[in-house]
Design a protein around this ligand. Structure first.
Ligand SMILES: *Cc1c(COP(=O)(O)O)cnc(C)c1O
Length: 347
């Protein structure tokens, strides 16, 4: 979370705009929360320059609930859906979708340990796919799409949980974009779904109503009580992003942060990153020490310097620096300083 957002939330925590109550205490159907929801959506639309024929839904259940919601909304029981397998999170999406219908893995980078994004020329798309699903940033493997697949009339669906709002995104190229809030949007407990109008109202009978895009769009995300406080914090984050200069400006900051860190990793010292350079994530930077025995002392020294949560995911080991929008360049510089100091001691 950006620190100014937390400070603003703190200052308004007990008394929002002189109403004598916290946002947490407001009725979700009252005018005050209504104004918060409306502004939050408008600010998100403005940041993404979202076309008018897209609906924004503020849901719950995280990215993983969307792994079920996508087939339940878009895949007929006898249909087929294409998935691009780029690692941990796409495999989760695939496993969930298989509960609801036939899944075709149209491409996979498993052959190279998920260190690249398969180019579209290598995809084997089903002629009658109901949609094509991509994970546009693989949070654990650290691979990111810097191009948008062309799927013609077949809706393109993206799990953008870990890089949404890190740079401009041409929403018009997608049928559905979904993201759990907890990386670049706000606290956990909120899921943002952006869905094209014509994809609403197609849900299967067994689709839970809370996950039904058509039902939730008609109810303005209030079929059930939405995560009001998380939506409010997301709104403050959108205001913060606009004040930074919007997504083009935050992209410049993210490029500066990521290039500094990858340059240090590639310098040829103690560290390495296995991902193809053109596909390297700007949000999640995994790196490995040349000697695994150095992992523990590296992490211990990092923690002493206030550099936290650097341990890589248990699935891949090593280190991982997650440098989301809210991480200032100073945080990345402090990590680079520590990497150099550690190398002088152990290199
Ligand atoms: C973090 C993350 C998720 C997590 O989903 P939750 O249900 O919100 O825990 C899903 N997909 C990606 C790509 C992620 O990075």
């Amino acid at each position: 979370m950006p620190e100014p957002v937390l400070q603003r939330a703190q200052s308004e925590l007990l008394d929002w705009h002189g109403r004598g109550m916290s946002v947490m205490e407001m009725s979700h159907r009252g005018a005050d929360f209504g104004s918060i929801l409306e502004k939050t959506e408008a600010d998100l639309r403005a940041l993404l320059a979202m076309p008018a024929n897209y609906r924004v839904l503020f849901l719950q259940g995280g990215g993983l609930a969307q792994n079920a919601a996508v087939p339940l909304n878009l895949l007929p029981a006898d249909g087929v859906a294409d998935y691009i397998d780029t690692g941990h999170w796409s495999l989760k999406s695939i496993a969930e979708a298989r509960k609801y219908g036939q899944v075709n893995i149209a491409a996979s980078s498993a052959d190279a340990d998920y260190t690249y994004i398969p180019p579209q020329s290598a995809w084997r798309i089903s002629p009658d796919a109901s949609y094509v699903h991509v994970t546009t940033n693989e949070t654990i493997g650290g691979v990111e799409y810097f191009w948008i697949p062309e799927t013609g009339d077949v809706p393109l669906v993206a799990d953008a949980s870990s890089h949404i709002l890190s740079r401009p995104l041409d929403v018009s190229k997608f049928g559905v974009v979904y993201a759990g809030a907890q990386k670049n949007i706000g606290p956990a407990g909120l899921t943002v779904v952006i869905a094209r109008d014509d994809l609403l109202g197609r849900a299967r009978r067994e689709c839970p109503s809370v996950l039904d895009y058509g039902v939730q769009a008609k109810a303005a995300s209030m079929f059930n009580t939405p995560s009001t406080f998380a939506i409010y914090l997301a709104g403050l984050t959108f205001e913060w992003l606009a004040a930074q200069g919007g997504l083009a400006a935050i992209e410049r900051a993210n490029v500066a942060k990521a290039s500094a860190l990858y340059a240090e990793i590639d310098r040829g010292g103690l560290y390495r990153n296995p991902v193809r350079p053109s596909d390297r994530s700007r949000m999640n930077v995994p790196f490995f020490l040349t000697d695994e025995r150095l992992n523990e002392p590296f992490l211990a020294g990092a923690a002493q310097r206030g550099l936290m949560q650097l341990k890589g995911h248990r699935a891949v080991g090593g280190m991982r620096a997650s440098i989301y929008n809210a991480m200032p360049i100073e945080g990345v510089s402090a990590l680079i300083d520590w990497m150099r100091e550690f190398e002088r001691e152990h290199g």
